[in-house]
Design a protein around this ligand. Sequence first.
Ligand code: HEM
Length: 298
Amino acid sequence: MSHSSSASQASPSPEPAPQPAPSCPFGQAEADPNLDFKGTTPYEDYVQAELLTHAQHLLSDDPGEMAFLVTTQVMELWFTVIVHEWHTAAQALRSEDLPTAMDALRRSTYELEALNAAWKPLARLTPAQFNAYRGALGEGSGFQSAMYRRLEFLLGEKSASMLVPHRGAPREYAELEKALHEPSLWDEVLRLLDRRGYAIPVSVLHRDPTLKYEPHPAVEAAWTEIYVGDPENELVRLGEALTDVAELVWRWRNDHLVATRRAMGAKMGTGGSSGVAWLEKRARKNVFPELWTARSHV
Ligand code: HEM
């Protein structure tokens, strides 16, 4: 017998309050769902499912192309969420709101894991399977993803030339241009360290935000100092959350590289690059470099 039922035998409780029906955010439970809506359903108005599920304009008759396209679209959506999280984190760091920044970074690690899991349908494409629709892609390449570029910009991988492919898309171009000129998430982290008394050089704090971030020995020294100090320091927790982000981004790049190597070997990319050789170079870059190099000195 449970504790609560024996307690109710000892002193009968008043009429139990009606329990709220367990509810689904999009409908009522324990009664048949509403069927009658004046226009589109509230679900549709919120989720835009029709738009999402009719945005698959296939370019070939190959039955495998659908998985390629939808995986790419799913990844675009995850890029969008992750950019949102890192933007939230950067703004929160600027206003010294560490709990909000940590929450956003933590959520982004779960989202990065979901993003990386999305490789599954493409991870084992054979060259023959990929060739069945590769030609139909023309010059199209993930390299032209504006949202991925914003994600890289937030990590400090800035480059004005990456705006060039988006000249024909005013909204994407404007968003990318804004992101190019804004401090990256890493810039905001270093400004926070400066405000906490760590010796971050002025040249780093006032660097041109449109240029790619270059690692600096003083930043490595600051992280070393943080990591040798009190393990309960909130900056250690921040460093670890950022290291999780860095590792998961690196995993995405590597999973992409391996999927590409399996699907097309050393052929040139549809975007015009040398393909795997170019991706190998990209995957070698360390995200938040000093968070990795500082570990050798702790
Ligand atoms: C097996 C399927 C895939 C192959 C063979 C492949 C191949 C390539 C290649 C060769 C490049 C280098 C640029 C070029 O010349 O095209 C590239 C870049 C890129 N791809 Fe893929 N890709 C695949 C799937 C995807 C998917 C599903 C996405 C999701 C959006 C994606 C996103 C990207 C991004 C963002 C870049 C630029 C990376 C950077 O700037 O560092 N790729 N891909």
